[in-house]
Structures are given as structure tokens and as C-alpha cells.
Design a binder for this molecule. Sequence first.
Ligand code: 5GP
Length: 231
Amino acid sequence: MAAQPRVFIVSGPSGSGKTTVVEHLLRAVPDTMFSVSYTTRKPRAGEQDGREYSFVSREKFEEMIAREEFLEYADVFGNLYGTHAGVLAEAEKNKKDLVLDIDVQGARQVKAKLSGAVAVFLLPPSRQELERRLLARGQDSSEVIARRLEMARREIESYDNFDYLVVNHDLQETCTQVEAIVQVRREQCGASGAAIAGRANSFHAQAAAARRETTSERVSGILETFGSSSA
Ligand code: 5GP
């Protein structure tokens, strides 16, 4: 197989802070690039084709599926989203690490295909806190918020697919902790340690604390706040 770039997946329920964390990573970690996904959803105000997403019709997306162009794709809330397989070659060519902001279905597919991909899952501290954040965002109707909360429970149940679990109590601390994970993994596989000089001890401790093996008990507590499955 051709050489692969390092791949970092950031996933988590809607309202878990993914977008901010990904923006932080791209700024703070050298030589990273964002994997711009394809989607059939309509652009929101302020979004630019080719920057947040490549916006395409469902027909075009389905043609791309038929041509097996996607590394992964999934239906999220009735829209299709996918990572084009070509981003791997592009990152490799430009000597960049790839950062993917994708849902849990996509994370599972990428992990199955690229065993070296590192997957980080962001969690809200509780259902109540996630609901408060979604309401404060003011983007969704109460019906959509109810659906997002139900979806969040199902997503959190799949935490087993992830290498690291980060509970987002404080967005700034969460950004630093995910940065620590990425920096430590880069250092472990040969990137220059210069980027973390002086912060190495703290980064190693933060990354170790987020390992799934260490945090999975806390996830059970968070899942309890979501109540039992209504499926
Ligand atoms: P939004 O429409 O709010 O930007 O994103 C909705 C969800 O789709 C988010 O959970 C986001 O992480 C996910 N998503 C974005 N791009 C992709 C992709 O290429 N593949 C998959 N599987 N999910 C994606």
C-alpha cells in the first residue's frame, strides 16, 4: 500500500465542541490539514464551498459512491456526508497530517480501513449540559434538539471504537487536551518533538489521561444521564 499520512479523527455528538477543537488543532499543530468533506446538505450562512464542505447534489454524491470515491460516507440527519479517498494522497504529497471532523459511523469505517488512524471522541459532561449548550447555540428547534439528544446517546454508546475519550467540561481545556493527544502521537511516530518542547510532560500526562482504557468508566456515568434506550 502507498505510504499513508497520519490521520486524526475528531468525532462526537452535535454540540460537543468538535468544530472549535478542530480549528484549534489546525492552528496549534504544525503541518496539519483539514479534510474537507463532501455533503448533500445546503450551505449555512457564512459557509463557503470548498472550505467547510464541498457542497454537491444527492445525485452527484450517489455517482461518487458508485465510483467508490469515498474513504467513508454516512447518512447524518438525512444528509449524506463523505470523506473523499483522494485526501490521503493529497496530504501525503504535501507532507501534512490529516484532521477529519466526521460522525461516529464514519469514524468506524476509517478505523476499519486505516488501522493507524487515531480516533478521539468528545463527550458532553451530561445530557443536561448538552441540552443547555444546544439551546444556547440557538440554531435548532426544540424538536431538532430532542432528536440530537437521542442521537447523542446512541453515539456515546459507540465509544468503544475510539482510542481517546475527552469529556468537554471546558472548551479551552478540551482543545489543549486534544492537542496533547495529537502532539504526543505525532512525536511517537517520528515528527519533530520541537513543537512540544517544554510542554512534553504535561502533554504526555494529558494524553495518557484521555486513553479509552482510563476514561471508559466515566463514560458509563455520562450515559446514565441520558437514560435508557428508547429504540
Ligand atoms: P454539520 O452538518 O453540522 O456540519 O455536520 C453534521 C455531522 O456530520 C457532524 O457530526 C460532522 O462531524 C459529520 N460529518 C461531517 N463531514 C463528514 C464526513 O465526511 N463523513 C461523516 N461520516 N460525517 C461527517
